[in-house]
Design a protein around this ligand. Structure first.
Ligand code: NI
Length: 136
């Protein structure tokens, strides 16, 4: 009997979509306003989903306090109020699209969640644009 537990979190960050392997013209054409050299910001919303069996001892799939603390430390403290391109090692080389950010976040969370639990997440860049990653 599998049950999913969700935890939401928010962080604000700046980024610029840019591939240094492409010319300025190609970058402009591909990424439009998101290629603005002066960066732009998003209020990201993260939804983390942990799925597994209910532990008969606790009645929990995962203690949401633990989940909250892991997200705070690994994601919020790392990315909130940062320029993703300039201030984080994760996006020094990697284009900080919502897709890539979702995979990076999954990789950062995975080691902290019991391996018998499934981990999925959604990352909202805007209310209408969001991506989902269900793991590797
Ligand atoms: Ni953007």
């Amino acid at each position: 009997m599998l049950v999913s537990v969700f935890r939401k979190a928010h962080f604000n960050a700046a980024h610029r979509l840019h591939n240094p392997k492409l010319s300025e013209e190609e970058n402009k054409k591909l990424f439009g306003l998101c290629n603005n050299p002066s960066y732009h910001g998003h209020n990201y919303t993260l939804e983390v989903k942990v799925t597994g069996e209910i532990d008969p001892l606790t009645g929990y799939v995962i203690d949401t306090k633990i989940l909250k603390d892991v997200i705070q430390k690994e994601i919020h403290d790392r990315f909130d109020h940062r320029n993703l391109n300039e201030d984080t090692v994760e996006f020094k080389e990697l284009n900080p699209t919502a897709e890539n950010i979702a995979v990076v976040i999954w990789d950062l969370l995975r080691p902290h969640i019991d391996s018998k639990l499934q981990l999925s997440l959604r990352l909202y860049e805007t209310e209408n644009n969001f991506v989902e990653f269900n793991g590797k």
